[in-house]
Design a protein around this ligand. Structure first.
Ligand code: F6R
Length: 631
C-alpha cells in the first residue's frame, strides 16, 4: 500500500489552480447544501498566500454561478497583535480585499480576532470569540494553511492540545517568513491572537492546503510523523475528517514521492530508476558503478535489480544516463537566437550566469527580458544614496543642482516620514526600479553582453507597490508574447522554481507558458533554471553544465553588480545566506554530488530542465513523460 506511512488522507495535484478549484468546490457544495435547507454554513478561514486561489474561485462562483453567501458565517483563525485593521498587513484588510468585498456576505456575519483590544481585555475577547463560534453552532468547514514551524492558525511549537483561542508569541521562523509582508522582520508583531488546537479540532470538517517546495519538509513531518506538541499540525491526525491538499512540490518529501520503493512494489520507469540508484549510492556511500546486487537487495530494491538481472547493467544504465546530461561549452547551443526571461533583475546571473557567458562565447544572439522591476526589494537607504549622487553628479556635469534639488528634497522628506510597511510614492517606486535596471545592465556587461540586450517588461501584475501581487492577466501575457514575436527565439530560458517567498517566480513562469501557448512562431526549446531559492536535483535535471573555478568566480562577480541585493537583501526568504553564497553552495553542491556518485569531479555545475511542447527533452533529444500543467 503506497500511502501506508501517511497518517492523514492526502490529495496531490500537479496544478496549483486545480487544487484551489477542488477545495473551493467543496466549500461551495457545503454552502449550497446549507442554503437549500435554509441553514447557515459556518466557515473557518485562513489568510496567507496559500488560500488566495480558493478565495478567487469562490468569488468567480459567486459572480458567474450565483453562489449565495447571504447565509454564510465566517470565523478567521487569527490576527496579529497588536494590529490596526486598516494596516496593509492586517488580516481584516486581507479578508475583505481577497474575499468579502466581492461576495454578498453580510458584514455582521464576519468574525476576525480583533488586534486592537487593550492587552488587559484580550482574555475576555478570546472567550467571547469562542462563545460566538458556539452560538453559531460550531464550525462546519475549516480551511487551514501550515507554517514552516508546523503551526496551524498561529499555534506555534509547544502549544497544548487543549488550547482555545488565545494570545501567542510568534515563532522565529514565522516572523522571518512574515518579514516580506512587513518590509523587514523587525516590523513583524511579536504576538498574535489565534484559535487554539481544541477550537480547530472541533470543526466538523478540515482541509489543510500546502503548496511549494518550502513546505515539503514540514508537510512530511505533519503527515508521516508522530503526534507531538512541537508540530501543531500533527494534532490533526486525531481528527476524523481532515484532508490534506498538496501540490507536487509540497508533496515531494512524502515517502510515496521521494522513496516509494520503501513502501512496496512500484512500477519502474527510467526517472524512478535514476532516483533509486542515486539514493542507494548515497545511502551506502559507494559510487554507482560499485553498487552490488546485495546493496540493492538490502535496501528494498530487489525488484529493480531483478529487472536487469544483476547490479552491473542497471549501474551502467544509470551512470550513462547521468554522463549524457553533462554538456560543456562545445555541446551547448551556438549561433542561435536565445531569449532569457528573468523574473527579477538578478535571477539571470544568480541562476544561469555560468551558461550565459558560455552562450555569449558561442556566438548566440541573446536578449534578456526582465519580467518585473523588483523595485519593492530596494531599501530606502539605497534611494537616498542615489539622490545624493543625482545632486552631486549634476553639479559635476555642469548643470544647476537647483533643477533637481526641490524634487530630491521632497522625496527625502517623504522617505523620512514613511512608516514601516507603507507603500512608496510613485517617484520612489520608479527610482527603485531604475536602481535595479542599472544594476542589471552592469551585470550583463560583466558577462559580455551590451545594454541593448536588456528589455525591461515591467509586467503589470507586479506593480501593486506592495508585496502581494495581482494574478497574471491578459496584459502580462500580451507583453510577454510581444517579446517572443520580436525576438523569434529558438531557445527560451525561464525560472522554473515555484516557491520564491512572494510567488513571483511562479507567476512569471505562468506568464511565459501562456505566452508560449499563444505564440504562432516555431516552438522554441524551454530551458528552466533554478538557483535563487532551490536547485534542480541531479535526477530531475536534463542538462548539467560544468563550471571551472574561474567561471564560477566570474558568475559571482556578476551577481555582485546587484548591489542593492547584496550584504542583506530586503527579502532573503527563509534562507539567510546571501544570493551569491547560495549560488556558490548550490553549484558546488551539484558538482560534489556527481563526484560522490562516481562521475567526473567538476569544480561546480549549473542544472537545467529542458522541455519542448510541455515535455522534458532528455539529452538524446527524445521527449519523455508529460510534466503536467503545474510544473
Ligand atoms: C493564517 C494562518 C497561518 C497560515 C500559515 C501559512 O491565517 O493561520 O497558519 O496559514 O502561516 O501561510 P502561507 O499560506 O502564507 O504560507
Amino acid at each position: 500500500m503506497l500511502e501506508s506511512k501517511e497518517r492523514l488522507p492526502v490529495v496531490v495535484q500537479d496544478d496549483h489552480e486545480v487544487l484551489s478549484c477542488l477545495v473551493a468546490r467543496r466549500i461551495a457544495d457545503l454552502i449550497r447544501e446549507k442554503n437549500a435547507r435554509g441553514q447557515t454554513a459556518v466557515l473557518g478561514l485562513a489568510t496567507g498566500s496559500t488560500p488566495i486561489g480558493v478565495y478567487r474561485e469562490l468569488i468567480r462562483m459567486h459572480r458567474e454561478e450565483g453562489l449565495d453567501f447571504s447565509r454564510v458565517v465566517t470565523f478567521n483563525l487569527d490576527e496579529y497583535y497588536p494590529m490596526d485593521p486598516q494596516s496593509p498587513q492586517s488580516y481584516v484588510r486581507f479578508m475583505w480585499e481577497n474575499l468579502f468585498d466581492h461576495v454578498n456576505i453580510p458584514p455582521e456575519n464576519v468574525h476576525i480576532p480583533d488586534g486592537t483590544v487593550p492587552r488587559a481585555e484580550v482574555p475576555a475577547h478570546c472567550a467571547a470569540y469562542e462563545e460566538a463560534i458556539r452560538a453559531a453552532g460550531g464550525i462546519d468547514f475549516l480551511l487551514l494553511g501550515i507554517g514552516r514551524s508546523g503551526h496551524i492558525g498561529f499555534n506555534e511549537p509547544g502549544t497544548p492540545r487543549h488550547s482555545r483561542t488565545h494570545l501567542v508569541f510568534l515563532d522565529a521562523i514565522t516572523r522571518a517568513d512574515a518579514a516580506a509582508d512587513f518590509f523587514g522582520e523587525e516590523n513583524v508583531p511579536l504576538e498574535a491572537i489565534t484559535m487554539g488546537i481544541s477550537t480547530i479540532l472541533e470543526a466538523r470538517e478540515i482541509v489543510l492546503i500546502a503548496t511549494g517546495e518550502h513546505k515539503a519538509a514540514i508537510v512530511k513531518r505533519a503527515v508521516e510523523g508522530d503526534i507531538h506538541p512541537d508540530v501543531a499540525a500533527t494534532y490533526l491526525q486525531t481528527h476524523p475528517a481532515v484532508t490534506v491538499y498538496l501540490d507536487r512540490a509540497a508533496a515531494s518529501e512524502l515517502t510515496r514521492v521521494a522513496t516509494p520503493w520503501l513502501l512496496g512494489e512500484v512500477s519502474w520507469n527510467p526517472a524512478l530508476e535514476t532516483e533509486a540508484v542515486i539514493w542507494l549510492s548515497l545511502r551506502v556511500g559507494k559510487s554507482i558503478l560499485r553498487l552490488s546486487t546485495r546493496d540493492y537487495r538490502d535496501h528494498h530494491l530487489s525488484s529493480l535489480v531483478a529487472r536487469y538481472g544483476s547490479a552491473g547493467p542497471i549501474n551502467g544504465e544509470v551512470f550513462n544516463r547521468l554522463i549524457s546530461k553533462i554538456r560543456g561549452k562545445s555541446k551547448l547551443p551556438s549561433g542561435r537566437r536565445v531569449l532569457v526571461f528573468s523574473p527579477h533583475p538578478d535571477d539571470d546571473v544568480i541562476s544561469m550566469g555560468g551558461i550565459l557567458r558560455k552562450l555569449v562565447e558561442n556566438g548566440n544572439r541573446i536578449t534578456v527580458a526582465y519580467q518585473t522591476s523588483g523595485n519593492i526589494a530596494v531599501f530606502d537607504h539605497e534611494v537616498r544614496r542615489y539622490l545624493d549622487f543625482l545632486e552631486r553628479g549634476e553639479a559635476v556635469l555642469g548643470g544647476d543642482t537647483g533643477d533637481v534639488r526641490d524634487t530630491v528634497q521632497r522625496i527625502r522628506e517623504a522617505l523620512a516620514r514613511k512608516k514601516p510597511g507603507e507603500v512608496d510614492l510613485p517617484e520612489v517606486q520608479n527610482l527603485k526600479r531604475v536602481i535595479r535596471e542599472v544594476e542589471a545592465v552592469s551585470a550583463l556587461e560583466s558577462v559580455g553582453l551590451g545594454a541593448d540586450t536588456a528589455r525591461f517588461l515591467n509586467l503589470p501584475f507586479y506593480q501593486t507597490g506592495k508585496v502581494r501581487k495581482d494574478p497574471i492577466g491578459p496584459a502580462d501575457v500580451e507583453i510577454t508574447l510581444r517579446v517572443l514575436e520580436e525576438t523569434r527565439p529558438e531557445i527560451v530560458f525561464a525560472a522554473g522554481d515555484l516557491s520564491d517567498p512572494h510567488g513571483t517566480h511562479r507567476m512569471c513562469l505562468a506568464a511565459v507558458r501562456k505566452a508560449l501557448a499563444a505564440y504562432r512562431g516555431p516552438e522554441p526549446e524551454l530551458w528552466l533554471y533554478r538557483g535563487a531559492w532551490q536547485e534542480w536535483s541531479v535526477a530531475e535535471a536534463t542538462v548539467l553544465v560544468p563550471l571551472s573555478e574561474g567561471e564560477l568566480r566570474r558568475k559571482i562577480l556578476a551577481i555582485f553588480k546587484h548591489q542593492s541585493q547584496k550584504d542583506k537583501a530586503p527579502f532573503p526568504g527563509p534562507d539567510e545566506r546571501e544570493f551569491w553564497e547560495r549560488t556558490e553552495d548550490r553549484n558546488r553542491g551539484t558538482a560534489d554530488l556527481l563526484a560522490r556518485l562516481g562521475l567526473p569531479a567538476y569544480y561546480a555545475m549549473e542544472a537545467y530542465v529542458v522541455e519542448q511542447g510541455g515535455r522534458r527533452v532528455e539529452p538524446s533529444g527524445v521527449p519523455t513523460a508529460s510534466l503536467g500543467g503545474g510544473t
